[in-house]
Design a protein around this ligand. Structure first.
Ligand code: NAP
Length: 294
């Protein structure tokens, strides 16, 4: 397969998938796209992408099919469903699933694809909507090394790929990433509530701390949104709830207690119970503010 001429299919043009597919088109790859809600394909179609009527139609046109949908059942549907990728994929093609889903499901899908001499790379991402737009995503990839090397130039169009091990290891790494992210976000939410309660200017606090040992992507990108009362997603609470479910299920299976993650998962449930699941994850700050009587 010549990398420069590889025909790419992209399924799922949401907050993340839309700009990611745009970078692939911009880099000169022939691209065929599918999105369940048809209106979301319009921008890429106007830039020259072909549009498939189903995931199967996309697979029929592509040597590498990228999926970027929501949860495990969604990936199972777009790959294994009645009009799914598996129906039309040709031997030696590669599916790169960039959604965040269960490592177990990736292993099952890999076996399914092997039955047609095809390959799976699980390659979830971190870096948010900003990383998707700037092509600066951290990409955590699992699969056969040789297959990863084959798709690496394509992944580099969207960010920085790291090879993490066999199929499922990309998802396991992403779940570690989510443990790190929620702990950091809890710390930021606590620090902001504490600053406000003590009449400290939160902007000054963030400016003074972000260059030091407490600096992080979350502090640089989300603290200002919290201060400005901007709770639009970014990364939705509902999707974080899904990721934390995946983390806690996987941790239960492997016998690893994650007391901090368990605590934050409960706080995200509270935001959902208030009907705010479609807000960005920075809404966690509001729970801490309420606890502080702000
Ligand atoms: P999103 O904006 O809600 O987009 C989800 C996409 O998946 C949409 O194109 C949606 O189609 C499609 N989809 C969902 N279920 C489907 C199904 N059953 N059949 C066909 N298409 C389906 O979500 P997103 O933020 O782009 O997230 C996508 C993935 O990236 C998730 O796994 C998420 O956890 C992960 N992620 C997100 C971020 C972030 O900051 N947003 C960061 C890292 C990783 P419709 O348009 O029809 O709804």
């Amino acid at each position: 397969m010549s990398t420069q001429k590889v025909r790419v299919g992209f399924i799922g043009l949401g907050i993340m998938g839309g700009p990611m597919a745009g970078h692939i088109l911009g880099a000169g790859y022939p691209l065929c796209v599918y999105n369940r809600t048809a209106s979301r394909v319009e921008e890429l179609a106007s830039r020259g992408a072909r549009v498939g009527a189903s995931p199967a139609e996309v697979a029929a046109e592509a040597e590498v099919v990228i999926t970027m949908v929501s949860d495990s059942p969604d990936v199972e549907k777009v790959i294994g469903g009645s009009e799914g990728v598996f129906k039309a994929i040709r031997p030696d093609s590669v599916v790169v699933d960039m959604s965040t889903i269960s490592p177990e499901v990736e292993r099952d899908l890999s076996k399914l694809l092997q039955s047609k001499q095809c390959h799976l790379v699980d390659a979830p991402v971190s870096g948010g909507d900003v990383g998707a737009r700037n092509a600066s995503l951290a990409i955590m990839a699992g699969g056969e090394r040789e297959i990863f090397e084959r798709v690496k130039p394509l992944l580099e169009v969207m960010g920085q790929p790291t090879y993490c091990g066999s199929v499922g290891c990309g998802q396991l790494t992403k779940l570690c990433n989510q443990i790190l992210v929620v702990m950091t976000l809890l710390g930021i939410s606590e620090a902001l509530a504490y600053a406000r309660k003590n009449d400290l200017d939160p902007r000054v606090m963030v400016e003074a701390t972000q260059g030091g040992a407490a600096g992080s992507w979350q502090l640089s990108n989300l603290a200002s949104k919290i201060i400005d009362r901007d709770f639009a997603p970014g990364f939705m609470v509902d999707l974080m709830d899904k990721d934390l479910r995946l983390v806690l299920e996987s941790a239960e299976t492997s016998g690893v207690p994650l007391p901090g993650t368990f605590l934050v998962a409960g706080l995200f449930k509270e935001i959902q119970a208030q009907g705010r699941g479609r807000e960005g994850t920075q809404a966690l700050a509001k729970v801490l503010e309420a606890m502080a009587g702000l």
